[in-house]
Design a protein around this ligand. Structure first.
Ligand code: NDP
Length: 240
């Protein structure tokens, strides 16, 4: 049975992978979706396919003013903002000794500042209305540290800390951390170290499809306002 969700949901990184799957999953519930990413051709096609309850706008999550404008545009389009899904992320893995400082900076900008910009764009609104929900897509990398993934893991540990801090400070706002294991998506397409790019192919031998994570997001979003699902960890099994 399809539960109906009477909420306006903002979703970042909606142009591929987990974000796109989440848009499809939530669209089926009747939720109003305002979706963002930089590849607007993909957003436009998705919105056109799914109908009037899905609207899109170009969004670079590293731009705080653009994120504020994104939330305002969602409010203008649908009259309210109930839920933010901070899903956008990048994973250009490399060993520390390679000193790919530009990649470290980009990861910190997208994976940490992007999440903070999203929270800043909705928090005053959520406080004023006395309710709201922030769903942050972290990773298993929020719990462990792996070689060649020190900075990526650091960004996801930060997302976990930020989510928990927000929860502690605001009991009128629901916070959810979604921590996926390996999922077959475009993540890592920008890995510049050939050995690590090869290794990623091996890791993906046993991986989830993005719809598995979308269902976890939906489970958290569709709970009543009095129920806060704080974290969901989803890993693949050998059946994949
Ligand atoms: P994809 O690469 O398929 O999707 C990443 C999304 O992030 C794209 O829609 C991309 O859109 C968007 N994005 C990247 N940079 C920016 C930016 N500056 N501004 C706005 N959007 C941006 O990967 P996934 O679907 O796998 O990744 C989604 C999330 O899931 C990430 O946070 C990732 O860390 C996390 N995750 C993924 C796992 C996996 O194995 N795949 C495992 C654990 C966590 P565009 O380029 O159009 O802007």
């Amino acid at each position: 049975m399809t539960t109906s969700i009477n909420k306006t949901v903002l979703i970042t990184g909606a142009s591929s992978g987990i974000g796109e799957a989440t848009v499809r999953e939530l669209a089926a519930t009747g939720a109003r979706l305002f979706i963002g990413a930089r590849r607007t051709d993909r957003l436009e096609a998705l919105a056109e396919e799914l109908g009037d309850n899905v609207a899109w706008r170009a969004l670079d999550v590293t731009d705080a003013a653009a994120f504020a404008g994104f939330a305002d545009a969602a409010q203008d389009r649908f009259g309210q903002v109930d839920t933010l899904i901070n899903n956008a992320g990048i994973m250009p893995l490399s060993p520390m000794a390679a000193l790919k400082q530009d990649e470290w900076t980009r990861m910190i900008d997208v994976n940490i500042h992007g999440v903070l910009n999203g929270i800043a764009a909705v928090l005053p609104r959520f406080v004023a209305q006395g309710s709201g929900h922030v769903v942050n897509v972290a990773s298993i990398a929020a719990h462990v540290v792996l070689p060649s993934a020190a900075v990526y893991c650091a960004t996801k540990h930060a997302v976990r800390a930020i989510t928990e801090g927000l929860r502690q400070e605001h009991d009128e706002i629901r916070t959810t951390l979604i921590s996926p294991g390996v999922v077959a998506t475009e993540l890592g397409h920008d890995i510049t170290d050939p050995a690590i790019a090869d290794a990623l192919v091996g890791w993906r031998q046993k991986s989830l499809t993005p719809d598995a994570i979308a269902r976890a997001v939906r489970f958290a979003v569709e709970q009543p306002d009095g129920v806060d699902v704080n974290e969901i960890i989803v890993r693949p099994t050998a059946a994949n």
